[in-house]
Design a protein around this ligand. Structure first.
Ligand code: HEC
Ligand code: HEC
Ligand code: HEC
Ligand code: HEC
Ligand code: HEC
Ligand code: HEC
Ligand code: HEC
Length: 387
């Protein structure tokens, strides 16, 4: 072989080697990073109710291995139990026979094995449907969802803890239904059904629609943190570079500012000003929209000390002791670093249990439950509920 040609070949071989090495060191990890960054788009911006199509959830059972205590505690909270399967429903099993007469209609919920049957009858006819899902844990109430003629229905009567029995579902029109079909409950449009499942369960709804086969009842880890598959794979990887990426591959709402966390993230289910203007729920019924109510308080701003997570840990049960919240108020209403003059107005009336006076409890008609008004304010006796 001509020496020149051999040199050219060697040079080419060397170049190929350099190229391959470069591929190994730079290009492949770049592709890897690219792949991770692509698949983890949701890890950077995730909203609990705007879920893109094709997202796959690992289920909170997959988080147990490394986050055991958190999973066990969160699962048992009312938010974690925002939906119960009929087979597991504590309310339906401990109340095997419930009955209520409303006008000319008689309602019954009867246990049969692991099923519960919803029955409505007038003096001529009767409709019987197996209940598919139990919404809520009965802290305030539990409402039933079932299918009939290809549509989901919300039961016209619900279980209420306070009365340990059935009464009209909150929000259901009190006027007597004209037909037995109407007396069953509210026929949900496809969109309404999607919304119910999205706020009360995990993994069943995406922009492609409802897929109940992957439904996990209740608001669980991935409802708030987005799909966890990549985070788990990276944590389990032998590759230290991938491991180092793990935390970045799961959405952490702590990265949001106070206002985005409260008015966009928690409000996606708890409802903020947007839903208020859409639903126009005036008067005490809007006490259930905590993000909207707190937005109207003079205390509110884009300050993490007044965001939902300043007072509530979404992984733990609600603290029902007013004294627990005093420190949260005093984070602003006391002489401390970062506290403005406006905040530093002292209370001439009370020194503890601030929320008991400044966040009054109110009961919307028919709710059988007193909700906490998050519009923190001075409450004057006899003053009407401020909208
Ligand atoms: C194989 C172990 C493992 C599994 C399984 C796992 N995680 Fe993690 N996760 C970790 C470790 C370790 C950290 C701590 C990383 C750190 O502190 O930097 C972490 C951190 C997190 C964080 C905080 C991220 C941040 O911004 O710092 C969230 C949120 C999280 N995990 C959620 C989940 C969810 C949801 C699941 C189930 C879908 C899950 N994890 C499953 C190991 C795991
Ligand atoms: C995917 C929807 C969803 C998201 C997101 C969500 N919640 Fe909830 N939350 C619910 C539902 C549904 C309930 C009612 C559960 C029940 O009583 O059945 C609830 C109940 C609660 C409760 C009352 C628990 C009790 O013991 O009565 C608190 C407090 C709460 N949520 C705080 C938050 C905070 C803080 C955030 C934001 C970090 C948040 N939630 C985000 C759906 C959601
Ligand atoms: C936009 C999100 C959203 C939608 C849609 C939604 N809910 Fe809820 N639901 C909540 C939140 C948040 C709570 C807790 C605060 C409250 O009581 O308003 C709740 C509370 C409840 C409760 C009381 C739970 C308890 O333990 O006391 C029941 C029952 C309920 N919802 C049933 C339903 C049914 C049935 C549907 C559909 C027909 C539905 N919800 C649609 C967010 C939603
Ligand atoms: C209702 C929404 C919600 C649910 C459900 C939820 N988280 Fe979180 N999680 C949050 C928020 C909000 C934060 C950020 C808290 C903050 O601001 O510090 C967080 C933070 C975390 C962190 C970071 C460490 C920390 O405490 O700040 C880990 C780890 C985590 N969550 C794991 C989980 C796991 C595992 C589950 C299921 C058992 C779960 N989360 C369920 C909303 C949720
Ligand atoms: C300054 C503290 C504070 C902040 C901020 C706050 N809450 Fe609350 N929240 C409370 C108190 C106090 C209660 C009543 C606890 C009790 O006595 O049962 C409560 C109760 C609740 C309940 C149970 C139902 C009820 O009406 O009693 C829900 C749901 C809730 N809060 C959601 C939220 C959401 C969502 C946000 C963000 C918009 C938020 N909270 C912000 C203090 C706060
Ligand atoms: C993020 C800081 C912050 C937190 C946390 C906070 N506040 Fe405030 N609060 C303010 C500011 C700012 C004002 C407005 C002062 C002004 O306009 O003069 C205010 C005003 C008030 C007022 C007067 C309202 C009126 O209508 O005149 C009351 C009462 C009050 N806060 C009570 C509370 C209580 C009770 C808590 C806890 C449950 C609390 N605040 C938590 C910042 C805060
Ligand atoms: C027993 C009920 C009660 C308790 C408990 C209570 N307050 Fe008040 N607070 C009031 C009333 C009533 C006023 C209005 C006083 C007035 O202007 O006549 C007020 C006024 C205020 C103001 C406005 C002061 C101003 O100059 O305008 C703030 C801020 C405040 N309270 C914060 C708190 C904090 C923080 C706590 C807990 C450490 C607390 N309050 C406990 C009833 C209470």
């Amino acid at each position: 072989m001509h020496p020149d040609r051999r040199r050219r070949l060697l040079l080419r071989a060397l170049l190929v080697c350099i190229f391959c090495a470069a591929c190994g060191c730079i290009v492949f990890p770049a592709i890897l990073r690219e792949r991770i960054a692509f698949s983890s788009g949701t890890a950077q911006r995730w909203n609990p109710v705007r879920i893109p199509a094709g997202v796959e959830f690992a289920g909170d059972g997959a988080c147990i291995e490394c986050h055991r205590s958190r999973v066990e505690v969160q699962r048992a909270t009312p938010m974690g139990q925002a939906m119960e399967s009929v087979a597991d429903s504590a309310i339906l099993t401990s109340n095997p026979q419930m009955k209520l007469r409303l006008g000319r209609f008689t309602y019954e919920i009867t246990r049969r094995g692991s099923q519960s049957i919803f029955t409505v009858a007038d003096d001529k006819e009767v409709i019987r449907v197996p209940i598919d899902y139990a919404f809520g844990q009965g802290k305030a109430g539990q409402t039933y969802v079932f299918q009939r003629n290809g549509a989901y229905y919300e039961s016209r009567v619900s279980y209420y803890n306070e009365i340990r029995g059935l009464d009209l579902t909150i929000g259901a029109p009190p006027a007597e239904p004209k037909t037995l079909e109407e007396a069953l409950g509210r026929r949900l449009s496809k969109d309404d059904a999607l919304k119910c499942f999205n706020c009360h369960s995990t993994g069943a709804v995406s922009s492609a629609g409802l897929h109940t086969e992957s439904l996990i009842p209740g608001v669980r880890c991935e409802a708030c943190h987005g799909p966890g598959g990549d985070h788990i794979a990276a944590n389990k990887s032998e590759n230290t570079e991938q491991q180092a990426q793990a935390a970045r591959l799961i959405f952490n709402p702590a990265r949001l500012g106070g206002d985005a966390l409260t008015q966009d993230f928690c409000a996606s289910c708890h409802r903020g000003s947007e839903e208020f203007s859409l639903l126009r729920t005036m008067g005490v019924n809007n006490v259930r929209f905590q993000p909207y109510r707190i937005f109207t308080s003079k205390c509110y701003s884009d300050d993490k000390r007044i965001s939902c997570t300043a007072c509530h840990n979404p992984h733990e049960p609600l603290k029902e002791d007013a004294a627990y919240y005093d420190a949260k108020c005093m984070a602003c209403h006391t002489a401390a670093e970062g506290v403005t003059k406006a905040e530093l107005r002292a209370c001439s009336v009370g020194e503890k249990d601030c929320a008991s006076c400044h966040m009054p409890k109110v009961e919307p008609p028919g709710a059988h439950f007193k909700f906490t008004d998050h519009m923190i304010r001075i409450v004057r006796p006899g003053e009407p509920y401020p909208n």
